[in-house]
Design a protein around this ligand. Structure first.
Ligand code: FUC
Length: 788
């Protein structure tokens, strides 16, 4: 057996050996090392492996020496129906329960909802792994030296290099979007040094065959132990061997004495995004073969160059420098360890931010399914929470960075999903609530179901779809794309509004309109009857989401010049909405009354929705509520809040909106120290990708905000980021912002205006209104004065 012997060599040598600083290209050329995750040993577990992805086809690269594992994913590989169905008589149960709630019989009402309203949970229907590509290398039985693996975020290539017996071996893995192919290239510094066996396998439901001397195929149908049969899949791997030979060896490929090897893998499923219940009927093997033939016709250099160009087109839109880049000379795991020990590493915050953008590019591209709870990367047949689309915070958080970090088109799959939910949500609205419009509850998946299921604590929450409609309006605000507003945002806002117009009821105590019964995800309290409860009428978040939907719909209608009976109805209903109150202790009430919380440090912070991701509460409009939220968050944190990665990420965004730079920074530090795995994946625990995206959005939120009607520069810049710069962040109104700062003070701003119009800019206590024309760049100095 070979021993992995890590020779002590200087950092300088490492960098030279790794081939850093090879790519030309402005600031990025110097930044390659700072933009890399790198390690001196192979991944010991999946959460140390490095992700690549083109939105649809993903892989986790372990960087093993003798045994390399490259775990594979495709976005649309899901186990299948049955999906939950609404129970009969749900509407009658709802009416009875509401009456009981208004009589303060909370426990009785909740039991009724559990028994007669909510359907049974049918699980699992998980997103699944596509399998594993395994490379068994035959290497001389001697020490290994100069081992390194890295993931360069700027090239989206994962590279493993090591030296055995004087021969340097190099593997590169990338997932190309332009060629729809996963590429693994193996080279060695000596001719005929590559000897390996290539296998494809999967934990369940698969067959692998070698076809001819150079092809391997894996295929099957997703299921859970033969039940819940779902999507059919197929993948084909082609081994392109230079020098040496390749031959089938059972259901594997044996490569001998090769100079270089290029493995190309294409994959396809029969999942039909237009109608998941009618699978595609084309020949998956032929689909994979067609793509493969095209990829085979191109040289490795051409495929790699096209991949890098395509990736950089998105990735390079934003540059961030927070200082401290010398820390990048240390391997990423060592830096994380240091942060756990209390060290501050601003360049790691930058890396985390850019990694979040990288992950969004890798897991969500136009035409793919949206990033699920694990983005795209999942080694399971039955993943935690099925790696589904949780819509009571998680998938929304996945898309928080999309617009502000200049990846608008990566937001598209989310819009596609929500639109695809509408027909199902209309049916649920009718059958379950006898309401118009569309409704979706706390979760859904590739099968687009929207019915309420499971336990009241998480299942009784008809606000998931409505929350998602916020993203449509935000897309418009960032891009000012009127066609999108008319054709996509308005229709879903209208559907969500219609539902609420019919769903809201008058609270007999106040005469105000309230939503419910509903939980405040997924928190619990002691009800007025003295018993544990999770449902309420008019919980803060319910009311805030309704306000948001109505306000967005009214804003959209006004821009589009629509002023009909529906718009009038929405306008009136909004004036009658019950609004959250401040408790005697100064905190914002999470429920309709000051009920005792059963878990004061609960991970969800739902009642803060109106501050973030909403925009109802601002310093200018609602200073009292801003204060109340500050107290609420302090209280949550004092009781252990923020313990899951996504919860911590949300808290950073909230502190940023509260302009609490130090607290935002402390919580970002906590996210890195306590909720980040060695490959920088967020951990709930277990791995869940939302915290990565939420953390990325939070860094942007600390540097730039634009939700309150003006562009706010450096609203929450922490002392630890005293000098730095950012390029390419987007602001609502269609502006792109570049900034530099020194000694904690803004030094220069460049404002690019996509659509023209005036831009109100705030910095500290200064404010300026900047007129712009489409395509114009305006340069401002530290006093926000225009530079000629
Ligand atoms: C939400 C959270 C859980 C978990 C799950 C996937 O419901 O409450 O913590 O993140 O989604």
């Amino acid at each position: 057996m070979l021993r992995l012997c890590m020779r002590k060599i200087t950092v300088r040598l490492w960098i030279a050996a790794a081939g850093f600083v090879l790519w030309a290209g402005g600031a990025y050329a110097e930044n390659q090392q700072a933009l890399s995750l790198w390690y001196q040993q192979p991944a010991r577990r999946w959460t140390e492996a490095l992700p690549v992805g083109n939105g649809r086809l993903g892989a986790m690269v372990f960087g093993g020496v003798q045994n390399e594992r490259i775990q594979l994913n495709i976005d649309s590989l899901w186990a299948g129906p049955p999906v939950p169905q609404p129970p009969q008589g749900a509407y009658e149960a709802l009416a009875e329960a509401r009456k009981l709630f208004f009589e303060d019989q909370y426990a009785q009402a909740e039991r009724l909802i559990a028994r007669r309203f909510l359907g049974p949970r049918i699980s699992p229907r998980s997103h699944q792994t596509l399998g594993d590509l395994r490379l068994e290398m035959q290497l001389p039985d001697t020490d290994i030296s100069t081992y390194q693996r890295d993931l360069n975020l700027d090239t989206a290539v994962a590279t493993t290099t090591f030296e055995v017996d004087g021969v340097t071996y190099k593997r590169e893995v990338f997932s190309s979007a332009p060629d729809e192919v996963l590429v693994i290239s193996l080279t060695a510094s000596k001719p005929a040094a590559l000897n390996l066996t290539v296998r494809l396998d999967r934990p369940a439901d698969y067959e692998t065959v070698a076809v001819g001397d150079t092809l391997l195929m894996i295929s099957g149908q997703a299921s859970h132990n033969g039940n819940h049969k779902g999507v059919r899949y197929h993948a084909t791997l082609y081994a392109d061997v230079s020098g040496g030979r390749c031959a089938a060896d059972g259901n594997a490929l044996a490569i001998r004495d090769a100079d270089a090897v290029r493995l190309l893998l294409t994959a396809a499923t029969d999942y039909n995004q237009d109608n998941p219940y009618e699978p595609l009927t084309d020949d998956l093997r032929a689909r994979c073969g067609g793509r493969l033939l095209e990829a085979m016709a191109k040289s490795h250099e051409a495929t790699k160059a096209a991949h890098i160009d395509d990736h950089r087109r998105l990735f390079r839109r934003v540059e961030l420098d927070l200082g401290g880049s010398e820390a990048a000379h240390l391997p990423t795991d060592k830096r994380l360890e240091a942060v756990k020990g209390g060290a501050h590493d601003p360049a790691l915050a930058m890396l985390y931010f850019q990694f979040g953008r990288y992950l969004l590019i890798g897991s969500s591209r136009p035409g793919t399914l949206p990033a699920n709870l694990q983005g795209l990367w999942n080694e399971h047949i039955e993943a935690p929470w099925n790696a589904d689309y949780h819509i009571n915070i998680n998938i929304q958080m996945n898309y928080w960075p999309a617009e502000v970090t200049n990846l608008s088109e990566c937001h598209d799959p989310f819009f596609d999903l929500i639109e695809a939910l509408v027909p199902s949500g209309q049916k649920t609205a009718q059958e379950v609530y006898r309401c118009r419009g569309f409704v979706a509850h706390h979760t859904t998946d590739a099968w687009l179901w929207t019915t309420p299921i499971g336990s009241p604590q998480w299942g009784m929450w008809p606000f998931g779809g409505a929350w998602c409609t916020q993203h449509f309006m935000e897309r418009y605000r960032f891009t000012r794309d009127k066609a999108f507003l008319r054709d996509r945002a308005w229709p879903v806002l209208k559907e969500a509004s219609l539902f609420f117009l019919d769903y809201l009821v008058q609270d007999p105590r106040t005469g105000k309109l309230v939503g419910g019964p509903s939980n405040s995800p997924e928190n619990t309290f002691i009800g007025p009857d003295g018993q544990a409860a999770s449902l309420d009428m008019g919980a803060a978040m319910s009311q805030q989401i309704v306000w948001d939907v109505f306000t967005n719909a009214l804003e959209a209608a006004e821009i589009l010049g629509i002023d009909d009976a529906l718009v009038a109805e929405i306008r009136t209903a909004r004036t009658h909405l019950a609004m959250p109150q401040i408790a005697p202790d100064g905190r914002l009430l999470e429920w309709s009354r000051p009920f005792e919380e059963r878990e004061p440090g609960h991970r969800h912070i739902s009642h803060v929705y109106a501050l973030h991701p909403g925009r109802q509460y601002t310093f200018e409009q609602t200073p009292d509520l801003i204060d109340a939220i500050r107290k609420s968050i302090d209280h949550r944190l004092a009781h252990g809040g923020g313990h899951t990665g996504w919860s911590r990420a949300w808290i950073i965004n909230i502190w940023a909106r509260l302009r609490e730079a130090q607290k935002a920074h402390d919580n970002l530090h906590a996210l890195l120290a306590h909720s980040t795995l060695l490959n920088l994946f967020d951990t709930h625990p277990p791995f869940q990708i939302d915290g990565n995206f939420g953390g990325t959005a939070a860094v942007a939120e600390m540097l730039l905000q634009s939700h309150a009607g003006y562009v706010h520069l450096l609203p929450a810049l922490p002392k630890a980021w005293a000098a730095g710069s950012v390029k390419g962040l987007c602001a609502r109104g269609g502006f792109v912002v570049d900034m530099q700062w020194k000694d904690g003070r803004l030094t220069e701003v460049r404002l690019f205006s996509r659509q023209g119009g005036s831009c109100i800019v705030h910095y500290g206590d200064q404010s300026a209104e900047i007129p712009t024309t489409p395509g114009q760049t305006v340069v401002l100095d530290r006093h926000l004065a225009i530079q000629r």
